[in-house]
Design a protein around this ligand. Structure first.
Ligand code: OGA
Ligand code: MN
Length: 271
């Protein structure tokens, strides 16, 4: 069986129908990566795979990052008993991409639904290539050279708006990073670079820069650029972390919701 691709919205998100053998063999890996770059998000339903197969499939698509989790699988849960960094992961409820503070943000992530919450817990994705492409030309020009300072402390404000001095100091220990507002990729395509770590625009007043970041986030996350994934247990979903933002919709912390994540190392620097 080769691939059957079903686009779920005009601009973002596709279901790919295929079988486990095809995915494991890597024979369609180049095609899948291509679809991923065009569509931002792809998912496979009903594969019935285990952790080792998830990692094996990931390895056909890129270089897996083993430093997180065990055996290439990292447990995404907001329950501290399951993941000690649950407080940090609460930031995933706000629009973001992963690794904005790293020199090479992750290329992609694979998320497999192990257990779902009875309420909430869908994941939304917006296509930041499409959001950039649809900006008016004069706006593209005015954004061209802007740079945004990103920090872990900024994203923690969403989770804990009244951090103590000690908490703030702890988060501020992680160095902030200056990123372009428009990411020009090696392919030549451009995407908007926003997200919860985005703090302020260099050289702009606080008011002006916060207003610009909020306006652009509204723009990038409007319904025509967004795909909302309604999970079924066993779904294997992949997002292009360099051309999308994502967020989980709220769900009870003790719902037992559990995702197994494998990440693919970044292949292009964010300078
Ligand atoms: C992530 C993430 C969202 C979700 O794994 O990076 O943001 O729906 N997950 O769990
Ligand atoms: Mn994330």
């Amino acid at each position: 069986m080769t691939l059957q691709v079903i686009d779920l919205t005009p601009r973002v998100g596709s279901e790919i129908r295929t079988d486990v053998e095809t995915l494991m063999s890597g024979s369609e890996a180049a095609t899948i990566r291509n679809i991923l770059e065009q569509r931002g998000v792809v998912f496979f339903r009903g594969l019935d795979i285990d952790d080792a197969q998830q990692v094996a499939i990931a390895e056909t698509l890129g270089n897996t990052v083993a430093s997180e989790g065990e055996g290439g699988i990292y447990k995404i849960s907001l329950d501290k008993a399951v993941n000690q960094r649950a407080d940090y992961l609460k930031g995933s409820l706000f629009w973001h991409f992963d690794g904005s503070l790293q020199p090479y943000p992750n290329l992609a992530a694979l998320l497999r639904a192990i257990k779902l919450s009875e309420t909430g817990g869908q994941t939304e994705f917006c296509n930041t290539y499409a959001a950039y492409d649809d900006l008016p030309d004069d706006e593209k020009k005015s954004l061209e050279r802007l740079r945004v300072v990103h920090s872990a402390a900024r994203s923690q404000f969403y989770v804990n708006p009244e951090m103590s001095y000690a908490e703030l100091e702890m988060w501020q220990r992680a160095p902030s990073k200056s990123c372009p507002l428009v990411w020009t990729h090696q392919s030549g395509r451009k995407s908007l670079l926003l997200g919860a770590t985005a703090d302020y625009v260099e050289g702009m007043s606080v008011e002006e820069s916060r207003a610009l970041l909020a306006r652009l986030r509204d723009w990038a996350t409007q319904p025509r650029f967004v795909y909302r994934h309604e999970w079924q247990v066993g779904d294997l979903l992949v997002w292009d972390n360099t051309g999308t933002m994502h967020r989980a919709l709220p769900y009870p912390l003790d719902s037992g919701r559990l995702m197994h994540r494998t990440i693919l190392a970044g292949e292009e620097p964010l300078l």
